[in-house]
Design a protein around this ligand. Structure first.
Ligand code: NAP
Length: 346
């Protein structure tokens, strides 16, 4: 009889232990599932349903937008679409004829004013930034698009990246963005102090490679990680001046830099990409899944990719090895192409 009672107590104790564990696991599972559903719902709502802040908040009539890297690709589209929204536009890049042509196109299509600023961000010194200050200081600047960027000529191990290429990528992707912001931000702050109606917008064109480290594009990838962190920190500082900083976590877009010439569901041309950005200001869209402050993946295909990469067990870091394999393949096929071109010349 005694042993029967003992066994009964033992199995009761065991049952309650297992019950507790089961309840704990159920609770954790429920908590995780609710979190997943909530964050996925946010991505869907922000990407497909909720409109972003209106561009007019940043002062359309008589206000200026400054776009770096405006002669081609994404920057060119920013300039065209900001002009169409009523902003006067300052265009910065190296290619004078492309900038002049674009300036004429914007003026004719949108009836706004334009200015051109020729600059090679790999060859700047203090005078270069003084010249930007001088040209812009009298303008009422509502929007800055830090778009300029350059990548590696070919995927390569870091030991094989030339000092020149390393220096150029850092100069364009880091120094230019920071220095142009440093020139324009005081102007925006002064402007916002004049009236509570004045707001500013700084768009920093980043890349998913700042979140998913890409071997063989290590320098580009690291400069984009810098931009993400810089943007987030800056956003918090300037919020008090009614200035919004938005860091774009861009995935692939058809441009010269990406070397992609065909569109797909996840690879748009610059036009729909920029249209998505400008219609979703202030919304994280795909980046809402992980809630990275002031970061946004507004184009729907990119939002889906951002959601996928971040909801994947292990997150962005799970893709490093795959990226490495991809880059090795890309390097091999690019070298083969270069070889074919060389042979064709002989
Ligand atoms: N395309 C993509 O898949 C992708 C993905 C993620 C992020 N992004 C980012 O998007 C931004 C724009 O890239 P994109 O794809 O539009 O590239 P793009 O078509 O090659 O255009 C780059 C622009 O930057 C200018 N630029 C390049 N080097 C310069 C320099 N040293 N000094 C002054 N201007 C310079 C170019 O004009 P000039 O030659 O006339 O100077 C051009 O206007 C970059 O920050 C890039 O990292 C692109």
């Amino acid at each position: 009889m005694d042993s029967l009672v003992k066994n009964f107590h033992f199995s009761l104790a065991m049952d309650s232990k297992w019950d507790c564990l089961l309840w704990f696991l159920l609770f954790v599972g429920l908590f995780k599932s609710l979190g997943f559903l909530w964050r996925t719902g946010l991505v869907i709502a922000q990407t497909f349903l909720i409109p972003g802040k209106s561009l007019s908040l940043f002062g359309v009539k008589s206000a200026w937008a400054v776009v770096t890297g405006a002669s081609d690709g994404i920057g060119r589209e920013f300039a065209l679409q900001l002009g169409a929204a009523g902003f006067n536009v300052v265009l910065m890049a190296r290619n004078e004829s492309a900038l002049k042509e674009l300036a004429t196109e914007i003026e004719q299509k949108s009836g706004v004013s334009t200015k051109i600023h020729l600059i090679d961000f790999t060859k700047t010194n203090e005078d270069s930034y003084a010249a930007i200050t001088e040209q812009l200081s009298s303008l009422d600047i509502g929007v800055l698009v830090n778009n300029v960027g350059c990548g590696h000529s070919i995927s390569a191990d870091f030991v094989d990246v030339s000092q020149q290429e390393f220096g150029d990528i850092v100069a364009v992707n880091v120094t230019a963005n920071v220095r142009v912001t440093r020139v324009i931000l005081p102007m925006m702050i002064k402007r916002s102090a004049k009236s509570v109606k004045n707001r500013g917008l700084i768009i920093n064109v980043g890349s998913f490679s700042g979140a998913v480290p890409i071997p063989m594009l290590q320098t580009y990838s690291a400069t984009k990680a810098f931009l993400a962190t810089f943007s987030t920190a800056l956003a918090e500082e300037v919020r008090q001046h009614r200035i919004t900083v938005e860091h774009l976590n861009a995935y692939f877009i058809v441009t010269k830099l990406s070397k992609i010439s065909r569109t797909s569901l996840f690879v748009p041309t610059a036009k729909p990409y920029v249209a998505a950005v400008l219609s979703k200001i202030g919304l994280a869209c795909g980046a809402a899944y992980t809630g990275r402050p002031n970061t946004s993946s507004p184009f729907w295909g990119h939002a889906v990719l951002d959601w996928y990469i971040n909801s994947f067990p292990g997150g962005p870091s799970s893709f490093i090895e795959t990226s490495f394999r991809m880059q090795r393949g890309l390097r091999a096929s690019r070298l083969r192409k270069l070889e074919r071109e060389k042979n064709a010349q002989h």
